[in-house]
Design a protein around this ligand. Structure first.
Ligand SMILES: *[C@@H]1O[C@H](CO)[C@@H](O)[C@H](O)[C@H]1NC(C)=O
Ligand SMILES: *[C@@H]1O[C@H](CO)[C@@H](O)[C@H](O)[C@H]1NC(C)=O
Ligand SMILES: *[C@@H]1O[C@H](CO)[C@@H](O)[C@H](O)[C@H]1NC(C)=O
Ligand SMILES: *[C@@H]1O[C@H](CO)[C@@H](O)[C@H](O)[C@H]1NC(C)=O
Ligand SMILES: *[C@@H]1O[C@H](CO)[C@@H](O)[C@H](O)[C@H]1NC(C)=O
Ligand SMILES: *[C@@H]1O[C@H](CO)[C@@H](O)[C@H](O)[C@H]1NC(C)=O
Length: 241
């Protein structure tokens, strides 16, 4: 009787610990790329709140072509919202996404030792590239203030508008940000459908349309962070896996 009573709490504790350990995020989850810690083809960044993931992917089934993209982390059908190396995939699982100390981000192919994609962010060392929970991939100095980014994917959109992203002309940089569709569902290269911003007060893009609810998109609910932008996910892609 005494034995049973004393062993029960131990069993319960073991059970609780087992259940709890399964609900913990994997210890490997990280949201940054640093000069000392690049991202390999078989690794993924997960944003702090778990909403977005960034990594290498192949859009076409059975294809060896690898692209670096951002997708919703919690959807079983991958819904890619941003692609880095749209025009030039890595030909195999040998890609490496890295950031130099001064903020230059590159995708290299370790097999051929060639640079597939790069962009100069330029920041004060040491630089860090971080996937934020709103889906923005940013480069900043590791001590930089919030919002002080050397480069951000939100200023280089692909075909999807996320809450916090601003299309149209940035009067500071003079850059006009447009959405451009994928060439087709298997190829994220710039397709024929572009959606340039035009300087009219009531800008509407004739080609954009709300994404399908469910699998393809939804209100992203970050309106408080982005008062001046839409909170609906838009896409110009006609079809996505
Ligand atoms: C990931 O890829 C690297 C380089 O190709 C390899 O050394 C490592 O073992 C791989 N890790 C896993 C978990 O597959
Ligand atoms: C995915 O995450 C979003 C944002 O956190 C949430 O609104 C949505 O319900 C989630 N979807 C699934 C299938 O869990
Ligand atoms: C940044 O670092 C890379 C590699 O270390 C170097 O090639 C490049 O010139 C540097 N750029 C600047 C602006 O310092
Ligand atoms: C890759 O290229 C760099 C710069 O061109 C060179 O320093 C390095 O030795 C090369 N590595 C291999 C494995 O070819
Ligand atoms: C315009 O670009 C600058 C520099 O990248 C950025 O700080 C600012 O937030 C942008 N403005 C808008 C309205 O997006
Ligand atoms: C956006 O579209 C306009 C009009 O087609 C074009 O002039 C501009 O260069 C585009 N912006 C970018 C960043 O591609």
């Amino acid at each position: 009787m005494i034995q049973i009573r004393s062993s029960c709490p131990v069993l319960l504790l073991v059970l609780v610990m087992t259940l709890f350990s399964h609900s913990l995020p994997p210890a490997t989850a990280r949201d940054t790329v640093t000069p000392t810690q690049p991202l390999l083809d078989n690794q993924t960044l997960i944003s702090s709140g778990g909403r977005f993931a960034l990594g290498f992917f192949s859009p076409a089934a059975g294809s060896a072509s690898r692209y670096v993209g951002i997708w919703y982390n919690n959807m079983s059908a991958r819904r890619v919202v941003w692609v880095a190396n749209r025009a030039r995939p890595v030909p195999g699982p040998t890609g490496l996404l890295s950031v130099t100390a001064n903020g230059t981000m590159v995708i290299t192919d370790a097999e051929s030792n060639s640079t597939v994609w790069s962009m100069a962010g330029r920041t004060t060392a040491p630089a860090v590239a971080q996937l934020l929970d709103n889906g923005n991939f940013v480069i900043r100095g590791s001590a930089a203030a919030e919002g002080n980014y050397a480069w951000q994917s939100f200023e280089h959109p692909t075909d999807t508008m996320l809450a916090g992203m601003q299309l149209g002309l940035n009067w500071t940089t003079g850059l006009s940000l447009n959405l451009t569709s994928w060439r087709n569902a298997d190829d994220p290269a710039v397709g024929s459908t572009t959606c340039p911003w035009t300087p009219t007060p009531s800008y509407t893009c004739p080609l954009r349309r709300p994404a399908r609810s469910g699998a393809a998109g939804r209100r992203t609910g970050a309106a408080s962070e982005a008062p001046a932008s839409t909170t609906t996910t838009w896409t110009t892609a006609e079809r996505r896996p």
